[in-house]
Design a protein around this ligand. Structure first.
Ligand code: MN
Length: 295
């Protein structure tokens, strides 16, 4: 592979309940970018009066959820007792550790728009079995680019750091680009993904649009982005993981036994994940296929 060129990866269309999303991670072509192991791009979509895009209570372990909106609003509720509205430009960061449950309620029933992305970061061994935690950041630091502005969700770009908790060596930023070329300083230790949200952006020969992601292998000192029109992309990057993740449903682990233990705890509603106060009923799923097969 020519490591100086970007590899273009197509998102796959899937559903979260009734909501259509474009999933850039994981795909067959690429399971993760650094510790970033999941990316669902929702919308933009218009809901009619009476339609609500609720995500019912469900569990997580071994990961951080990074929730970011471009339009609309959600109400986050979790089993730690957090109740937090999130609006565009704000960050909800939930660290699941050994276990947490949450719901994302759509507070608007009068017709509205929604557009956002949810990313997951796999937690390292140091924290993935530890206590759960939730952070909300009302406003985040920004970096002026040659033709645009970056908002720092996690980590550091051009010397500007997000205050949000970071368990691993990684970066996450929203890039709002105007027509022209922006050169980002990159870490040669990081691999990067550039996820299309709106508009068209050339990333080292790859045309990134909504539904695609450019993957950049480690070893480059800069990332060059050329926006052909007014565009938004998410930049994710980090040191490549040294061991494979085992992901199933909403759980990130290192073995199937860990997944089964999490599944059993949620099914039994034991104390591991805890209850969520929500007007929506919790989600249950069928057991993992390999468990049903008895293999
Ligand atoms: Mn969730």
């Amino acid at each position: 592979m020519d490591r100086s060129r970007a590899e273009l990866i197509s998102a796959r269309d899937t559903n979260i309940g009734l909501l259509k999303v474009r999933r850039s991670l994981p795909t067959r072509a690429r399971r993760n970018v650094g510790a970033w192991c999941f990316a669902d791009h929702l919308g933009p979509l218009a809901l009619r009066p009476g339609e609500r895009a609720d995500v019912a209570p469900h569990p997580h372990c071994g990961l951080q959820t990074v929730t970011w909106l471009f339009e609309g609003e959600f109400l986050h509720r979790d089993s730690l007792g957090s109740e937090q509205a999130i609006r565009p430009g704000q960050l909800n960061l939930m660290s699941a550790g050994r276990g947490v449950a949450h719901a994302e309620e759509d507070p608007d029933q009068f017709g509205h728009r929604l557009h956002g992305i949810q990313l997951w970061v796999a937690q390292p061994d140091a924290t993935r079995c530890g206590p759960a935690d939730f952070e909300h950041h009302d406003a985040l630091p920004r970096v002026e680019l040659d033709a645009g502005v970056a908002t720092m969700l996690l980590g550091t770009l051009h010397g500007v750091s997000s205050p949000a908790r970071r368990d691993d060596d990684l970066v996450g930023a929203e890039l709002q680009l105007s027509v022209g070329t922006s050169v980002l300083e990159a870490s040669e230790l990081y691999e990067y993904g550039v996820i299309g949200i709106a508009g068209e952006v050339l990333v080292d020969g790859a045309m990134v649009v909504p539904g695609s992601m450019a993957y950049l292998a480690p070893g480059r000192g800069e990332v060059v982005l050329t926006a052909l029109n007014s565009a938004t992309v998410m930049l994710v990057g980090g040191v490549a993981l040294s061991e494979p993740l085992v992901m199933w449903w909403n759980f990130v682990a290192r073995s199937r036994d860990e997944i089964v233990a999490a599944y059993n705890s949620w099914s039994a509603r034991d104390e591991r994940f805890g209850p969520v106060v929500s007007r929506v009923s919790p989600i249950d799923v069928a057991p993992p296929a390999w468990l049903a097969r008895g293999s």
